[in-house]
Design a binder for this molecule. Structure first.
Ligand code: ADP
Length: 479
């Protein structure tokens, strides 16, 4: 009886009138006792069982094929392979369309997004319009399979020729992931076997999708880790070059200076030793700062200081360098910026010096560099300042801009060879600016120039010595 799908007492007592027995049940009893075997009924039962077995074998092989194909398909043909599986699935259960939908949004969301679907030659004739009703999603979450008469229930969701929609939820590890829906243009039901087939195919397809996503994120994580390792080893070789060059200069010049008998010659050597030592000190300071940042031990100390004085100091250092390259350097300061501010002026100097040194370094002779500072807003005694360093230098491509503020990165490896540098300055600047309650970004056009902009917050403090300085005024220029 089970083989023939006659699972309850009423079905088993069905009188088909074909074999002379009162009912199927009666016939089965006679078959069991070996008496009065109604031959035509046994043949019928046999045929049905055979048919049933063939159908089950067909379902099993379909599921096996879907699995084999999905897990062996190359990325490029994956979507086509899934669609083909859905087409075969759809044909096997006698439907016009079958699709896989994935839950979207948070766990309470009723939204679902179609990830794959097979809709025959005319998708518009069988596709659902609009969103899935929240009540259906709730029932699916409760592991209920839903059979919908499309002409009666939410008819406006369906094109005219759709008669039946059957939805099978997919739960993986007890969690609702989405569902498989089968659309039919005839009014029909779905057998237990057909529902199981849709569910098994759905689980396989979801597993395939998840496996691909997992592989994708593993590949990305691996690539990121490799890129990080590459950047660090590039950094190490750059760093040994950055340290060795001034060290060699110091050792060589000391040797030459000792042997020189003319005073001018000794002075020349001492000058070179002094330059190389400050460069070396800069590199070592950068490394120390970066190691503090990586250990999360980088801190600021806020002290009251004269804002303009700080800009004046920065400008003096840069003036000296850009003079050598005959560059045009201008400074513009918003006169509304308070004269005295409480903040870490040394770290702010470090950021500005780094940006300006880069501007000098990456701008050709006779190019222009501009430093401007503006007051963006005030909230109580907290001022937000915006600083900008603009140059007419080599510029930076969009692709390079993305990596610029990461530690150990330089725009391109050739830069290190041509201009030197540790690739730490911008990462340190970013951290300082963030600790000052602001952020830093870049606007650049390759070949035309770059602007590095950042905001910081500082407290206004009372100016005890209100004498005006050379720089303060409405956007003055020092050159
Ligand atoms: P460093 O200059 O010591 O290498 P930075 O972190 O200060 O390190 O800068 C990182 C990289 O950003 C530089 O190597 C360069 O490729 C690029 N860069 C920075 N400023 C500029 C600029 N003004 N113009 C062009 N490229 C720049």
């Amino acid at each position: 009886f089970l083989l023939m799908g006659k699972t309850n007492f009423v079905k088993q007592n069905f009188n088909c009138g074909a074999c002379g027995s009162d009912s199927c049940r009666d016939m089965a009893r006679k078959v069991a006792l070996g008496v009065n075997v109604p031959y035509n009924c046994v043949v019928m039962a046999h045929d049905e069982a055979k048919h049933e077995r063939a159908r089950n074998a067909e379902y099993l092989s379909l599921i096996r094929n879907i699995g084999d194909n999905l897990f062996s398909t190359e990325d490029a043909s994956y979507a086509a392979q899934v669609e083909e599986s859905l087409r075969v699935l759809s044909e096997t259960v006698g439907c016009s369309a079958v699709a896989i939908w994935r839950r979207a949004g948070g766990p309470d969301s009723a939204q679902c997004k179609r990830v794959f679907g097979w809709y025959g030659d005319d998708p518009s004739s069988v596709s659902i319009h609009g969103d899935w009703p929240a009540e259906w999603i709730e029932r699916l979450k409760n592991e209920e399979r839903i059979l919908i008469n499309a002409r009666v229930d939410h008819a406006s969701l369906f094109p005219n020729n759709v008669q039946t929609l059957f939805i099978v939820p997919i739960h993986l590890r007890g969690e609702f992931w989405g569902f498989v829906d089968a659309v039919s243009i005839v009014d029909r039901t779905f057998s237990q076997e057909e529902a199981s087939l849709l569910e098994a195919a759905g689980i396989l397809l979801f597993s395939g999708i998840l496996e691909r996503e997992l592989n994708g994120s593993l590949v990305t994580a691996k690539e990121e880790a490799l890129a990080g390792t590459r950047a660090k080893s590039d950094f190490l070789s750059r760093m040994s070059h950055e340290i060795r060059t001034p060290m060699n200069a110091i050792i060589g010049m000391t040797h030459m200076g000792k042997q020189a008998d003319v005073l001018d010659r000794k002075d020349y050597c001492l000058d070179k030793i002094s330059n190389a030592s400050s460069h070396l000190l800069g590199v070592i300071n950068d490394i120390l700062d970066m190691s503090k940042i990586e250990a999360d031990e980088f801190e600021l100390s806020a002290v009251p200081s004269r804002y303009e004085q700080m800009l004046q100091n920065v400008s003096n250092v840069i003036n000296f360098r850009e003079n050598e390259k005959k560059q045009n350097f201008t400074v513009h300061i918003d006169s509304r910026i308070p004269a005295m501010l409480e903040g870490d002026d040394q770290r702010l100097t470090q950021v500005l010096t780094n940006l300006l040194s880069n501007a000098v370094k990456f701008t050709p002779e006779e190019g222009s560099i501009r430093l401007s500072a503006a007051l963006l807003g005030e909230d109580g005694d907290t001022c937000t300042l915006r600083m900008e360093v603009t140059d007419t230098g080599i510029g930076i491509t969009k692709e390079q801009q993305k990596r610029l503020f990461q530690s150990f990165e330089q725009a391109e490896s050739g830069t290190a060879r041509k201009f030197g540098g540790t690739g730490l300055g911008l990462a340190i600047s970013k951290r300082i600016v963030e600790l000052m309650g602001g952020n830093i970004w870049i606007e650049s056009v390759p070949g035309k120039g770059s602007s590095f902009l950042f905001t910081v917050q500082a407290k206004r403090v009372l100016d005890t010595d209100a004498s005006t300085s050379a720089l303060h005024g409405d956007m003055q220029s020092i050159r």
